[in-house]
Design a protein around this ligand. Structure first.
Ligand code: APR
Length: 234
């Protein structure tokens, strides 16, 4: 195994599944219970702000007391103990990477424990329910407080930094994501054009499985620590 110098990791809901958080597209997934058009678009928020806030209030509550699992911990160990520069890009809005100790982290789809004012763009940590009568502490306007979560049709966060890292990486590892939502689903192609080795660690082959040079299938809490141990012992 070569001595990698710049590693980019992409994670999705499958990484947090064994911590007890639902994924989106598995049979008992979130999009089999809700229509994303009703709860995860700016149009839905404009049409039914209470319904959208209620959906995220329930997801924030489901995050309470949830713990990072062995896969999150292995990724934090990789960042700490491997000589390479490691960047973790997550599609997840849960705080489990931070809880496990990962530091260089980009939440490209935002964070459930942050609120954003739709009027002025101010952001702040937020643990409680969001309601439409809340007044923004910065612009003093009500009705705009929403979860700091990127909705369908909105631009994910820090894309420039992510593409720069992909263009320079020599190892790209995709973990627990179905490879169905862009731009994240296209990151493997960016990494391949950079000449990186590409690996998929997932419960089962994702939509983009054929694009990866290497694929190891199984539960994240098994395949991720095993792969990290291999990288650390190389
Ligand atoms: N270990 C490893 N992989 C798992 C596990 C597990 N225990 N359980 C499920 N998976 C895999 C599934 O096989 C699937 O490929 O994780 C993937 C989860 O896919 P999705 O539910 O589509 O989640 P994700 O890829 O993160 O969705 C991307 O879509 O709805 C939007 O913004 C949302 O960030 C999300 C984005």
């Amino acid at each position: 195994m070569p001595a990698y110098e710049r590693i980019v990791i992409l994670t999705g809901a499958g990484l947090s599944a064994e911590s007890g958080l639902s994924t989106f597209r598995d049979k008992d997934g979130i999009w089999n219970k809700y229509r994303l058009e009703d709860v995860a678009t700016p149009e839905a928020f404009a049409r039914d702000p209470e319904g959208v806030l209620e959906f995220y209030n329930a997801r924030r509550k489901s995050n309470a007391g949830v713990k990072a699992n062995a896969a999150h911990e292995a990724l934090a160990r990789l960042e700490k103990d491997h000589p390479a520069e490691v960047l973790t890009v997550t599609q997840n809005i849960d705080p489990l990477h931070e809880m496990a100790g990962t530091r260089r982290l980009i939440h490209m789809h935002g964070e459930i424990l942050k609120a954003l004012c739709a009027h002025c763009g101010a952001k702040e940590p937020w643990q409680d329910d969001l309601t439409t009568d809340l007044v923004c502490q910065v612009c003093n306007r009500a009705g705009g407080m929403r979860p700091d979560v990127v909705w369908f049709g909105e631009m994910p966060y820090r894309m420039e930094e992510i593409y720069e890292a992909l263009a320079a990486c020599d190892l790209f590892i995709s973990i627990g994501t179905s490879g169905t939502v862009y731009p994240a689903a296209g990151f493997v192609m960016e990494a391949r054009s950079a000449g990186a080795h590409t690996v998929e660690l997932n419960l089962e082959p994702s939509e983009g499985a054929s694009l990866f040079a290497e694929a190891i299938h199984g539960p994240a809490t098994e395949v991720v620590p095993a792969y990290v141990d291999k990288l650390l012992s190389a």
